[in-house]
Ligand binder design. Structure first.
Ligand SMILES: [Fe+2]
Length: 262
């Protein structure tokens, strides 16, 4: 794991592009540790001699989809993974970026996308957090590319403030994870060039909540895309600590995010 970041450079890049790809944030040893931990948890469900995480995942999915789902629910609490979301280098950068001494965990998550492509998210900005503006980390443990799918961003979309988000049940007929994830209107999305990022295993995308982003699908069978993510919330623009009627997480609808001030 990288221990020191060039905070000034990364800050400039995020201001300019809305995101920055931190190459080689995790090294092969870190990636092996994470994969082994995930594999051991799958073996707890049904032990055998399989040593490949992708193969074991598909085996368990076939064996018992509900337990595969339960595995997905518990891995987000795997401390072996969490340590990489809260490394001194990253937290120091976030504090520096927002000029704050206090940072909160907004929503940590281990995303697992397989060849069913049924968990793809529509284009959105990062909302429903404690703070109005946040930084997110998106760190895949397998290479992301045209075969495996990955993260797409919309160029320069962070320069226009926050767009209105709404929960749509059946946007363009795609299969949806929750049946109603928040997204931005297609007319707005069309204004920006979509860039499908190819991020290597262990590299991390750091991005501002204002940049529009979405998933792009995997095209190859039996691939697995596992991504560790977190949203770092600074002690800034937190309505919950200023207004006794405010909800803890800022609602997606009915609030103009551009008007949240300290
Ligand atoms: Fe997101």
């Amino acid at each position: 794991m990288i221990e020191k970041l060039d905070n000034k450079l990364i800050k400039e890049e995020i201001t300019k592009n809305g995101y920055y790809i931190l190459d080689g944030y995790l090294n092969n040893q870190d990636l092996d540790k994470i994969k082994k931990s995930l594999l051991k948890t799958l073996h707890y469900i049904k032990p055998d001699s399989e040593t490949d995480l992708e193969k074991k995942y598909y085996q368990i999915k076939k064996y018992n989809p509900t337990l595969k789902g339960n595995w997905f629910d518990v891995i987000t609490s795997d401390i072996c993974i969490l340590q990489y979301l809260y490394s001194p280098a990253i937290i120091n950068f976030v504090k520096d970026y927002f000029n704050t001494e206090v940072v909160f965990s907004g929503r940590r998550h281990v995303n697992v996308f397989d060849d069913e492509n049924n968990k793809l998210l529509p284009a959105h900005q990062e909302t429903q957090q404690l703070a109005g503006d946040v930084l997110a980390i998106w760190c895949p443990i397998y290479d992301t590319n045209v075969n495996n799918g990955g993260l797409a961003i919309y160029e320069n979309s962070h320069k226009n403030g926050y767009f209105k988000h709404s929960r749509e049940k059946s946007r363009s007929g795609d299969k949806r994870w929750t049946g109603g994830y928040n997204g931005v209107d297609t007319d707005i999305i069309k204004r920006f060039k979509r860039i499908e990022l190819e991020v290597k295993a262990g590299s991390a995308v750091l991005f501002h909540s204002k940049i529009l982003h979405c998933s792009y699908p995997s095209k190859k069978k039996e691939t697995l895309r596992i991504v560790i993510t977190e949203r770092y919330n600074p002690l800034q623009k937190i309505p919950f600590l200023k207004d006794e009627n405010a909800e803890m997480n800022i609602p997606m609808e009915g609030v103009d995010y551009n008007k949240i001030k300290d």
